[in-house]
Design a binder for this molecule. Structure first.
Ligand code: MN
Length: 255
C-alpha cells in the first residue's frame, strides 16, 4: 500500500503588501491546488527589487488573510519574506512558491525593479519551483478574472511538470477575461527618468521620479508585444546574470 500523497504546500507572497487585493486573488487560486501559507510584507514594497534587510531585525506577525488563510506579515522586503519562510516560519518545505498578483505590469525592464518577481526569484534560489504573477492594470480593484485563470493554468503545469533548476516563470496578464496564454521573451525596454523638482517648506530641493517607459524594439514575440495583443505572457527567466556568449568569446583573451 502506498501512502496517500499529502496536498502540496504553496507559499504565497508579493510586494504590494499582505493587505492587497492581488495577494487574496492569488491565495484563493493557489488554494484550489494545495495548502496555503502566506508570508508577505506588512506594507507596500513595490520596486524594491531583490533587496534584503541586514541592519534591522525582522518580525513576522500572525495574520489572517480574508479569514481563510493563515499568514505572517513581515516588516521586510519580498525576498526577506521568502528567506524567512524557508528558514523559520514554515512547518514543512513548500512544493511551490508563488508571488503576486502584482498590481501593475512586470514585463520588459520592470522585471529587474520588481519586488514581486524577486520574491519568486528568491524561491528559485532556494531550490523551489517559483512563479511571479502580475496584472498589467494598476487599478487595485481591476477585474482579475483572466489573471486568476492564467495563474490556475501555470500553477497546474508547474505542479505536474516541475521547473528546471535556476529558472523562474514570470507571468503577466491583462485585466478582464483571459484571451489566451503565450510564451514570450522579455522585451528590450527601459525607463527614461524625468524628475520633477520641488522645494520643501524649509527651502530645500526635493525630487519626484516620474519615469517614462520606453520600448526599444518592435519585434514580435516579446512579453510586451503579446500583452498588447491582449494575451497573457509567460517568460522563463534566470538569476544567473552571466553573459554566456560574451564570456565564451572573451575567455581566451589575455588581459
Ligand atoms: Mn507591486
Amino acid at each position: 500500500m502506498t501512502a496517500k500523497k499529502s496536498r502540496p504546500l504553496i507559499l504565497v507572497s508579493n510586494d504590494d503588501g499582505i493587505f492587497s487585493n492581488g495577494i487574496k486573488a492569488l491565495a484563493e487560486t493557489a488554494a484550489e491546488f494545495g495548502d496555503i501559507e502566506v508570508v508577505a510584507p506588512d506594507r507596500q514594497q513595490s520596486a524594491v527589487g531583490h533587496a534584503i534587510t541586514v541592519t534591522t531585525p525582522l518580525r513576522a506577525r500572525p495574520f489572517q488573510l480574508d479569514n481563510r488563510f493563515s499568514g505572517r506579515a513581515v516588516n521586510g522586503t519580498p525576498a526577506d519574506c521568502i528567506k524567512l519562510a524557508h528558514d523559520k516560519l514554515l512547518d514543512r518545505k513548500p512544493d511551490l512558491v508563488v508571488s503576486g498578483i502584482n498590481h501593475g505590469s512586470n514585463a520588459g525592464i520592470n522585471i529587474i525593479y520588481s519586488g514581486t518577481v524577486s520574491a519568486a526569484t528568491e524561491g528559485t534560489v532556494l531550490g523551489y519551483p517559483s512563479i511571479a504573477f502580475s496584472c498589467t492594470d494598476y487599478d487595485e480593484d481591476a477585474d482579475m478574472t483572466g489573471c486568476r485563470e492564467a495563474a490556475r493554468r501555470v500553477i497546474r503545469y508547474v505542479l505536474d511538470n516541475g521547473l528546471k533548476r535556476g529558472v523562474t516563470l514570470n507571468v503577466n496578464a491583462p485585466s478582464g477575461p483571459l484571451k489566451g496564454l503565450r510564451w514570450a521573451r522579455q522585451a528590450e525596454s527601459r525607463y527614461v527618468e524625468e524628475f520633477e523638482g520641488r522645494v520643501d517648506p524649509h527651502n530645500r530641493d526635493y525630487y519626484w521620479m516620474t519615469g517614462k517607459f520606453e520600448l526599444l524594439e518592435q519585434n514580435g514575440g516579446s512579453d510586451i508585444d503579446i500583452l498588447e495583443k491582449g494575451f497573457a505572457s509567460i517568460t522563463p527567466i534566470q538569476y544567473d546574470l552571466t553573459a554566456k556568449d560574451v564570456l565564451r568569446s572573451l575567455e581566451n583573451t589575455e588581459l
